[in-house]
Design a protein around this ligand. Structure first.
Ligand code: AHR
Length: 503
């Protein structure tokens, strides 16, 4: 049997778990909004047209925060189109996804949905085709209490109280040539800084996110962040990171090690941001908002161009996720948690239908994809402090990321309850690994409260409307506790969570 081990220490704290790590993303794209969260004719729609089955699943997923309204969409969006009487709202072309936006849902509707789902809104402004004034306008509409043209317009539209949105993205992926209004780092850095200054004059304690690179494969990865932060360091709080992973050409081993790349991404951007801070002689630290991450079979999308015909909410990138995808998603969450000292906000992209943990059929059911499960369980069990781990594990060779450990894990300790939770993946495609977790530093009275595993004989098994429970979490019997050491048998290609508590 392959073996790995780790000793946990309650004093080795990385940072408290940030609830914002469990963010998601709702973009006006494909069927995420229309027939996703919103479908007025659906038998389960509420009085506002929201699907109550999707709302219930979003709550079960444990999502804490949602980035809205894009994504690439936001770079051509006019927020004013989505407020006021519905019958007067214009239909527009969305150039990003080559579809028709009806504007039936806008910020007022989304804020209502967010309240029902009990999530914080992270609002993205358009810095592609628009600028400082429009960012100020939407801020006045959503956050100014009353007595100005736009705050009164919101009140007249039915929202008496301001929405109090704290977290704002200054545009989206403006390094990407595909982005409407794509910019050089100089142009974007200046615009982000002046938008940030203006927004801060209106509300000083906003938390502002400057766009980082749209992926680590961009030729400007690192230099983009550096230039942007040279301009905006003092007035922003975060720089964004975006990363999507997929299995290429049957190379499951590399795919399962995707979190190695996420670790590299985070470490690189932390170093880049800190280097700018050092140059500016600033003691302030810029944190990372990993506000788009997931498994996305992007190569399939790139080979299948967007539809010729302009349609309302056409299905776009409705990836179907398998067991291996769920293990990778669980591992990416492990990576995000491990970096909780600097990654204090993150959004899985996206929530419904578009590369999403929740799928719906128009007029029909909603179901959970495989990736729903590790997200929901991590969001439910990661509490208190994230602990720093030094795992001693066998390794394997990957074509993409070199030598990678077979086991990756993170642990949290909640001083309030005494609970210790270990999240672990086994990347071995053939063998189980016995993972010994030394808990003696926590005293003798911990017991196994719950243990879960996601695995399957068929690593490509998936859920569907017909078989929505084909892949799910199963209670794992494979945990023993002896002399202060928990031994967890991690099945091959698996994601696992074990919570230990005091009786
Ligand atoms: O999440 C899908 C798309 O991926 C987003 O619109 C964009 O920001 C990213 O490239």
């Amino acid at each position: 049997m392959l073996r790995a081990r780790v000793a946990l220490n309650p004093a080795a704290v990385v940072a408290p778990v940030s609830r914002r790590t469990f963010g998601s993303f709702v973009e006006h794209m494909g069927r995420c909004v229309y027939t996703g969260i919103y479908e007025p004719g659906h038998p389960l729609a509420d009085e506002d047209g929201f699907r109550t089955d999707v709302l219930a699943l979003a709550r079960e997923l444990g999502v804490s925060m949602i980035r809205y309204p894009g994504g690439n969409f936001v770079s051509g969006y006019r927020w004013e189109d989505g407020v006021g009487p519905r019958e007067q709202r214009p239909r527009r072309r969305d150039l990003a996804w080559r579809s028709i936006e009806t504007n039936e849902v806008g910020i007022d509707e989304f804020a209502k949905w967010a309240e029902k789902a009990d999530v914080e809104i992270m609002y993205a402004v358009n810095l592609g085709t628009r600028g400082v004034q429009e960012a100020l306008d939407v801020h006045e509409y959503v956050n100014h209490p009353e007595g100005t043209a736009l705050s009164e317009q919101r009140r007249a539209n039915g929202a008496e109280k301001p929405y109090g949105i704290k977290l704002w993205c200054l545009g989206n992926e403006l390094d990407g040539p595909w982005q409407t209004g794509h910019k050089t780092p100089e142009e974007y850095g200046l615009l982000a800084a002046s938008t940030a200054r203006a927004l801060r004059s209106a509300e000083p304690d906003l938390e502002l996110v400057a766009c980082g690179s749209s992926s680590s494969s961009m030729p400007t990865f690192g230099t983009w962040e550096s230039t942007v932060l040279e301009h905006a360091y003092d007035v922003v709080d975060y720089v964004s990171c975006h990363a999507y992973y997929e299995e290429h050409d049957g190379d499951l081993g590399s795919f399962l090690a995707s979190a190695v790349d996420m670790d590299f991404f985070v470490n690189s951007i932390v170093a880049t941001a800190d280097a700018v801070g050092a140059r500016l002689k600033s003691t302030k630290k810029i944190n990372l908002s990993f506000d788009e991450w997931n498994v996305w079979y992007l190569s399939r999308f790139q080979n299948a161009p967007l539809p010729e015909e302009w349609k309302v909410a056409p299905p776009v990138i409705e990836d179907r996720y398998n067991v291996a995808d769920a293990v990778v998603v669980g591992n990416l969450l492990i990576s995000l948690l491990r970096h909780s000292d600097r990654v204090t906000a993150a959004c899985q992209a996206q929530l419904v239908n578009v590369i999403a943990p929740i799928m719906t059929e128009p007029g029909g059911p909603a179901w959970k994809q495989t990736i729903f499960h590790p997200f929901a369980k991590t969001a439910a069990l990661a509490k208190g402090d994230v602990l720093r781990l030094h795992i001693d594990a066998p390794s394997y060779d990957t074509a993409k990321y070199g030598t990678a450990p077979l086991v990756d894990a993170v642990a949290t300790h909640d001083p309030a309850t005494g609970d210790v939770t270990v999240f672990a993946v086994n990347r071995d495609v053939e063998n189980p690994v016995e993972f010994a977790v030394d808990l003696t530093a926590f005293g003798a009275d911990l017991t196994v409260a719950e243990s879960w595993t996601l695995t399957d004989d068929d690593v490509y098994a998936y859920n569907s409307k017909e078989d929505p429970e084909r892949v799910t979490l199963r209670p794992s019997g494979a945990v023993t506790l002896d002399a202060g050491t928990a031994t967890i048998t991690l099945p091959r290609v698996s994601w696992n969570a074990v919570r230990l508590s005091r009786p």
